[in-house]
Design a protein around this ligand. Sequence first.
Ligand code: SF4
Length: 281
Amino acid sequence: MYNETAQNIRINLKADCSSCFGLCCTALNIVASSDFAIDKPAGTPCSNLQKDFRCKIHTDLRNKGFKGCTVFDCLGAGQKVSQGTFKGKSWQEHPEIADKMFHVFPIMEQLYEMIAFTAEALSYNLSHSLQNRLNKQLENLQDLTDMDADGLLALDIIHCRLPVNELLLETSEYIRNELSSKVFMIKKRKQYRGIDWVGKNLKGKDLRTADLRGAYLIAADLRNSDLRGVDFIGADLRDANLNGADLSTSMFLTQMQINSAKGNDKTKLPLHIQRPFHWTS
Ligand code: SF4
């Protein structure tokens, strides 16, 4: 399974809040900051969460100091836990399952993130060996999401991550090599892994096929930069200015990274990323 099928899996990994019991608004521990106006301990419903699991300030989150809620994306882990693992039983009606449900949610979230990256990797044209190993890993991760709550709670998530990370690294090297040598004709790929470019002026910079894994790009000026083929896994893009930037073939970019950045209608995004509603035109 690769290319179109994998791409569809990646594109369809989306939160459906109407099928979720408000898990991101309840399960997670959130410390008050410029992104979230109040302290909210793990397992305690946010004071803005209504009985029907809807947010009472949904349309005004940014103005009310809850910018972080417009950034968060569970990729569908919330509805999987609510409707799959707990078969439609809510923590409100069944308080005896609440604690377990709140602990399962962050585990499912991590599995979904790994599935998203693995499916994206499979959407590229890779060697057969790499495709086969990614396929096995994707099936394994999908199977894990079908385990019951006790099975999920017993999972060693770090142990799950290691082989996935290795495969994603291999995929990134392979694809960026191919793009550099066969598409962009770039002689030397740039390695900026983990670089601190907080607030840096990178306007109009050609960063094609660069390794920006884990880079600190907070508030960086990336306007009109060429970011095609860049590996963004784990990069911090909060408040980075992406107006007019080309990320159309950036790798391992997440909706959360894009939601946390600034951009406009000229910013080019990969297929699986939606343009945030708060971006200016
Ligand atoms: S402010 Fe709204 S979206 Fe954010 S955690 Fe609270 S209920 Fe959820």
